[in-house]
Write a protein that binds this ligand. Structure first.
Ligand code: F6R
Length: 242
């Protein structure tokens, strides 16, 4: 596990975008695993900039997002499909049918693990981007999630609902369920890049660095993966020894 500490979220975004651009240069039809939330926004800005500068094309790229809320109306502006279109896909030359978000349609919720099958059929994820929850979640795999879990319908913890309330009018509007790739699904990726910025992520980063893999801190599962890069800012790194 390589840890790269940089000054601020912008530097984290630049470095992370560089890794994704290199992956696409090496394999123009790369399969990318993507995340939503605040942490990836600087990375997405950098990818859009690089595309506009003709540095990278997403024409043959396929993407699979980690998760989607359950219970929102189709087209809701809080959905992760909306987030990804607005913050990334609409600004690239990617073909929308090549962008995948876990389906929350009634039929799909009966067999959410079919998403893992879809990823496998596409050839598996080459580079997976992850954010980090304050409680150590990756995707929406909350503390206690089994390390071998596949894509499933999950309940969000009160701490995750509170953390995500900033995107809604008030906390009561935040969905309590989501479909999320499992920890086992995430671990199938060939390479994983986790980004974390801000003081509120420093405790989870400390557990990632200091603990043996354990289900109380889901992110520690990454210690069992052979190709992981952690990119954090000074604030997120503030509880680890230099
Ligand atoms: C989002 C996701 C979550 C977030 C995490 C951090 O697709 O899977 O695990 O990455 O909650 O969110 P931010 O970046 O908003 O702090």
């Amino acid at each position: 596990m390589e840890i790269i500490t940089l000054n601020d979220p912008l530097a984290v975004g630049k470095k992370t975008a560089e890794i994704f651009i290199k992956a696409i240069e090496k394999k123009p039809n790369a399969i990318l695993g993507l995340a939503t939330g605040s942490s990836p926004l600087p990375t997405y800005q950098e990818l859009i900039k690089a595309h506009k500068n003709h540095q990278v094309s997403f024409k043959n790229v396929k993407t699979f997002n980690l998760d989607e809320y359950v219970g929102l109306k189709e087209g809701d502006s809080h959905s992760y499909r909306h987030f990804m279109n607005e913050n990334l896909f609409n600004h690239l030359d990617i073909h929308k049918p090549n962008t995948h978000i876990p389906s929350v349609k009634h039929e799909a919720l009966d067999h959410p693990e079919q998403y893992d099958e879809l990823i496998k059929q596409a050839g598996g994820i080459d580079v997976q981007l992850l954010g980090l929850g304050v409680n150590g979640h990756i995707g929406f795999n909350e503390p206690g999630t089994k390390f071998d879990s596949l894509t499933s319908v999950v309940n969000l913890t009160p701490s995750t609902i509170a953390a995500n309330a900033r995107f809604f009018k008030n906390e009561s509007e935040v969905p309590t369920k989501a479909v999320s790739m499992g920890l086992g699904s995430i671990m199938q990726a060939k390479k994983i890049v986790l980004i974390a910025t801000g003081l509120n992520k420093s405790e989870a980063i400390k557990h990632l660095v200091e603990d043996a893999p354990n289900e109380n801190w889901p992110v520690t599962v990454l210690k069992n993966h052979p190709n992981v890069t952690i990119i954090i800012d000074e604030q997120a790194a503030s509880q680890i020894k230099k």
